[in-house]
Design a protein. Structure first.
Length: 153
C-alpha cells in the first residue's frame, strides 16, 4: 500500500519521513538542480533508468512527447537559450508523494523564472507530475508530465 506525504508533513503523528520518501524527494530536487547548468547527472548515478522514459510537455495547444532524456533536452535547451539570458527553475510548492516499495508518484508546482534577451523578466508556473521506479535499489524517473499552470496554486 502506498502513502502520501506532502513535503514537511507527515502521515502519522511521528516526525519521521520514510527513507524511500526522502530518497524520492531528493531525486526530484536533483532533477531540477541539473537544469540551469544544462548538465546531466553523473554516469554513476543517472536520474533515469535504462531504456525508454516518457517526458510530456503540454504547451496548451501542442503536447511534446520525448522518450529519452537527451531528446527532452534537445527540445528544451534551444527554447530556453533563445528566450533567456539567465534563467532558473525551482520547486515552489510541497511535493505531494505517494510511494510504494517500487514505484512513486509525485505532484508539485515549479516556476521557471528568468531575464529575457531584451532585459524583461519572465515567470511561468508549471504543474508537474512524475513517476519514479526503484531499479536495482535506486529511484529513477520513468515519466514526467508538465503543464503550464495559469491558475493560482
Amino acid at each position: 500500500m502506498g502513502r502520501v506525504t506532502p513535503l514537511n508533513k507527515f502521515t502519522t503523528g511521528s516526525k519521521r519521513i520514510e527513507p524511500d520518501d526522502r530518497a524520492v524527494r531528493e531525486r526530484i530536487r536533483d532533477w531540477y538542480r541539473c537544469w540551469p547548468q544544462g548538465q546531466l547527472a553523473t554516469a554513476n548515478d543517472p536520474l533515469t533508468g535504462p531504456g525508454c522514459i516518457r517526458l510530456l510537455s503540454d504547451f496548451g495547444r501542442d503536447v511534446s512527447v520525448n522518450r529519452t532524456l537527451n531528446d527532452y533536452r534537445q527540445l528544451w535547451q534551444p527554447i530556453l537559450e533563445d528566450t533567456f539570458k539567465r534563467w532558473h527553475i525551482s520547486i515552489v510548492s510541497a511535493i505531494n508523494l505517494r510511494c510504494t516499495r517500487e514505484m512513486a508518484a509525485a505532484h508539485f508546482f515549479t516556476q521557471l523564472s528568468g531575464v529575457t534577451h531584451d532585459d524583461g523578466v519572465m515567470n511561468q508556473v508549471q504543474a508537474v507530475s512524475q513517476v519514479w521506479e526503484k531499479i536495482t535499489g535506486r529511484w529513477h524517473l520513468v515519466q514526467e508530465h508538465s503543464t503550464v499552470h495559469d491558475a493560482p496554486f
